[in-house]
Design a protein around this ligand. Structure first.
Ligand code: ZN
Ligand code: ZN
Length: 356
């Protein structure tokens, strides 16, 4: 965990003597704290974790890499931090503008007249993109659980079962195994599978439906994000052509992952593949996103992205084609960029499954 503190310090913007880390995800990344209320003030030499009395004991247990302090009512956080900032001699404080509300900023301005607040969003944007070994271990577990959930749920898939039933079973399986769901699963079938982010409904599975399931597990703060599409009962040539087009583009994209590759080029290659069939118009979202403590974390594999792949980054690769009135196919895996290529973290089968 002190690795995270080292990285934060390495990236400290010029002209600030400290940063205030208040976004709970970044606080968790930095300290291991899993509560919802706590902040870190870090200078080049010192760091302190501050929480309120509800979390005093939890902080003592979870935060091992810096001193912890807590305050209690009627003291407010901003008042307490005023003392900490004065004690540390902070005059220019960087903060994460993209996760700070205007109201918070106004309060800080009023309570800390001697401190200049410096927006430092760029520090926070890419902070968590390169994963630490313990984060990768958590991701592997989260991905293994998603694989297991798919293996579990595929046995239930048959004509007459509703999207709700499948959704609940995915959720139940993940929770029963001690994890949280990374997000509300997407379970869509038949024509509804042409909705990339549709919610499960009462619709029952019918012969000839595509069924798309997009779900993930959150384990030790790390999220997996897996999508598989199957066909119910009987697959036509049209089903197979659509599926094979998405699958071959997805495999090509996964195999192209290595350090130095531009995110936009990965995205463009998939679009070219789809354009060969005239189906690029049915691929409206980006190819993938960064993954970690947040499901849609920093980084995008998209036409407008400036990201370049680096070892230790974790990405989803999730091309899809969605044809209104017919249905859609999306296949999503999670991958980590290695020193010389790629490691695929999700292993659920990808060949077209016709169930039952
Ligand atoms: Zn997904
Ligand atoms: Zn995703």
């Amino acid at each position: 965990m002190s690795l995270a503190l080292d990285r934060l310090r390495l990236l400290l913007p010029d002209g600030v003597d400290a940063v205030l880390v208040a976004n709970p995800v970044n606080v968790g990344w930095l300290t291991g704290f899993t509560g919802s209320s706590g902040v870190v003030i870090a200078t080049a030499k010192e760091a302190v974790f501050v929480t309120d009395s509800r979390y005093t004991l939890q902080a003592a247990e979870e935060v091992g890499n810096m001193p912890t302090e807590s305050f209690a009512s009627p003291v407010e956080l901003a008042d307490y931090l005023a003392e900490v900032l004065a004690r540390l001699g902070v005059t220019r404080l960087g903060f994460d503008a993209s996760s700070t509300t205007h109201a918070q900023w106004e309060k800080w301005q009023a309570k800390w007249p001697a401190v200049t607040l410096v927006p430092a969003s760029s520090l926070f944007d890419g902070l968590r993109m390169i994963k630490f070994p313990d984060e990768l271990a958590g991701l592997r577990e989260a991905c293994a659980l998603a694989d297991a959930a798919f293996d579990h749920v595929r046995r239930l898939i048959q004509v007459g079962v509703s999207e709700f039933d499948i959704n609940l079973e995915l959720e139940f399986f993940i929770r029963r195994n001690g994890a949280e769901i990374a997000f509300e699963p997407i379970v869509v079938s038949g024509e509804r599978s042409a909705r990339p982010h549709g919610r499960a409904s009462e619709k029952k599975l019918e012969v000839g439906d595509f069924l798309t399931m997009d779900f993930g597990a959150k384990w030790r703060g790390m999220n997996s994000d897996l999508t598989r599409t199957v066909v119910v009962g009987d697959a036509t040539a049209r089903h197979r052509e659509l599926y094979d087009t998405v699958l071959s583009a997805q495999i090509e994209a996964v195999e192209s992952v290595r350090p130095g590759v531009r995110a936009r080029d990965l995205d463009a290659r998939v679009r070219e593949r789809f354009a060969e069939k005239g189906w690029d118009v049915f691929f409206g979202h980006s190819l993938g996103h960064g993954l970690g403590r947040v499901v849609h974390d920093s980084g995008r594999l998209a036409a407008t992205s400036d990201d370049v792949l680096e070892p230790g980054q974790v990405w989803t690769i999730e091309p899809g084609i969605y044809i209104p009135g017919f249905g859609g196919v999306r296949i999503e895996d999670d991958v980590v960029v290695t020193a010389d290529g790629v490691e695929v973290l999700t292993h659920a089968p990808k060949e077209l499954l016709v169930l039952p």
